[in-house]
Each structure stands twice: as C-alpha cells, then as structure tokens.
Design a binder for this molecule. Structure first.
Ligand code: C2E
Ligand code: MG
Ligand code: MG
Ligand code: MG
Length: 282
C-alpha cells in the first residue's frame, strides 16, 4: 500500500515537473521569436536630479508582452534569456532601441539627456560586446558620455579581474559605468577602486527602511560617503515617499529613481513628463 501511495505521489510530482518544464520550454520558444514579432518593448523611468528636481535622464527597462500570457516581468524572462543565450540578441536590441530613443530626446532639446541600460554578465563577456556598443552609439549618433551601462554589484565582483579589462574598454569608449543594486552583494573595496566607475545605485531594500529612524540610515550614510570618496555620484533606487526623498537629500545623494516621480512608462508618456518639465512640490 505504502509503495503504491509513493508511486502515485511520484506520478503527480512528475506530471507537475512535466508541466513546469513544458511551460518553460514554450516560454523559451516564445522568447526566440519575441523580438521579431514586436513583443519586446522598452519602458523608461526618470532619473531625477535631487537638487533641482529635474529629469536628468532615464533608465531603460525591457518588457515582454506575450500574446497569450500578457505582460511578463523581466525578473521572470531575463534569467531565461541568460540561460539560453538569447540575452545577447535581446540585449543588443535593447541597447540600440535605448540609444536611438535617447538621441531623439536630445534632438528635441533635452541635450544633456542620459540613458542608462542594464547589461547582464553574459553580454559583457561576449567577444563582440564592445563593438556592439560602439555601433549602437555610432548609428544612433548618441554621444558616448550620454550612455550609462548598469551592471549589478554581484555580477562584476565575480571574476572581478577579467571584468576590470572589459570595463576599461567601455570607459575608453567614453561610456559611463554604474553599479546597480549596490549593497546586496559583497564588494571588494580594492576592486571598487580599480573599476573605472562613475555612479553607484543604492538598492531599494535600503531605501525602503531609511525613514524608520534606526538601523539602515547609518549604512546608507556610509555607502554614500564611500561612493563620494571614490569620486562616484550616487543614485537612490525606489524612492516612494517625500520623506524618503528628504532623507536622501540630506545625505547628499545626487539623483533618485522611484514611484514618487514616476513608474517606468512607454516613450510617449515619458515625453509628456519631459515636456511638463516635471518638478515635485517641495
Ligand atoms: P533594476 O535594474 O534594479 O531596475 C529597477 C527596478 O525597480 C525596475 O523593475 C523598476 O520598475 C523598479 N522600481 C523602480 N522604482 C521603484 C519604486 O519606487 N518601488 C518599487 N517597488 N520598484 C521600483 P523592473 O522593470 O521589473 O526590472 C527588474 C530587473 O530586471 C531590473 O532591476 C534589471 O535587473 C532587470 N532588467 C530590466 N530590464 C533589463 C534589460 O533590458 N536588460 C537586462 N539585462 N536586465 C534588465
Ligand atoms: Mg538597473
Ligand atoms: Mg537597480
Ligand atoms: Mg534593484
């Protein structure tokens, strides 16, 4: 009896695994044609200059509108794209699309507009990566210093030595480099100094508790002063309330992103934000 029950359990479990595997496989197949089918698109979230409350640029974030499943979060499909290698072609599309869009906004008069693009480690290690960036800049006519490449702290601290070389090449092109999700990984302080970095983004998890007076504030404070001592500018991620903004302003954070200003929106909506010369009430 016990054996039969185990068999049954196994059968259910195995069906479940099959269903899960089939789902992933079909998602992966769908992703293969998603770019060509126009299912992949970009949204943009303002990066706001704290002192002036003006939009300094945007972070480009990818979205997938699946014909049957609807909108799929990058949290769910980027890992799939990384595992299958599709991140290389998707990433190239993302980079080009973002550079062209940023250039259009510059030509509309927002001439110092900066665009930040997320790049995964798989892309960074592609032999063609540097030339892909170079052609995206060349073809879009976006000045290299208007492009910020965002790499997560976790990602660049792994195989740090070989990443130093890659980042140096990006830096030589004139592009800016930002460390994303800072504080969630383990940074070697000596590498922080050796990487040619421009910006550090403090992870949202630190910001969400910044006003509940006690513990996280000293940590955020320390991260900001470390960044400034290294000559980096600081972006606070995930600012949702005026109180949080006030805090990071006192801590001399240069820029912020978050729902307080806007969630990520499609290009036409972003343009409306730009045109209204978005300013927050003090
Ligand atoms: P990330 O680069 O750290 O992007 C910030 C994420 O925080 C975005 O989620 C954004 O919508 C969200 N966010 C911004 N402000 C707030 C806020 O005030 N409150 C809350 N709760 N969330 C906020 P999203 O767009 O879902 O992207 C998730 C992650 O997926 C990104 O984290 C990034 O790691 C990855 N990703 C997105 N687009 C790309 C891409 O084009 N290429 C690669 N390689 N990764 C991407
Ligand atoms: Mg990012
Ligand atoms: Mg981030
Ligand atoms: Mg984050």
């Amino acid at each position: 009896f016990a054996k039969r029950r185990n068999d049954k359990t196994f059968a259910i479990y195995s069906d479940f695994m099959d269903a899960k595997a089939r789902e992933l496989l079909s998602l992966e197949n769908g992703l293969r044609t998603a770019v060509d089918n126009g299912e992949i698109f970009m949204v943009y979230q303002p990066k706001v200059h704290v002192a002036s409350n003006q939009i300094a640029g945007a972070e480009a974030l990818v979205r997938w509108l699946h014909p049957e499943l609807g909108l799929i979060s990058p949290v769910n499909f980027i890992p799939l794209a990384e595992d299958s290698g599709m991140i290389v072609s998707i990433g190239e599309w993302v980079l080009r699309e973002s550079c062209f869009q940023a250039r259009r906004w510059q030509l509309m008069g927002y001439k110092d507009f900066k665009i930040a693009v997320n790049v995964s480690i798989r892309q960074l290690h592609e032999p063609d990566f540097i030339s892909t960036v170079k052609s995206a800049l060349h073809d879009s006519e976006l000045p290299p210093e208007s492009l910020i490449i965002e790499l997560t702290e976790n990602m660049i601290m792994e195989n740090a030595e070989s990443n130093v070389v890659k980042l140096q090449k990006l830096n030589d092109l004139g592009a800016k480099i930002s460390i994303d999700d800072f504080g969630t990984g383990y940074s070697s302080l000596s590498y922080l100094q050796r990487f040619p970095l421009d910006q550090l983004k403090i992870d949202r998890s630190f910001i969400s508790e910044i006003v509940s007076d006690s513990s996280p504030a000293p940590i955020v404070k320390a991260m900001i002063s470390l960044a400034h001592d290294l000559g980096l500018s600081v972006v606070a991620e995930g600012i949702e309330t005026p109180e949080q903004l006030k805090r990071i302003q006192l801590l001399k954070c240069e820029e912020y992103q978050g729902y307080l200003c806007s969630k990520p929106v499609i290009a036409t909506e972003f343009q409306t934000l730009l045109e209204s010369d978005y300013r927050l009430q003090a």
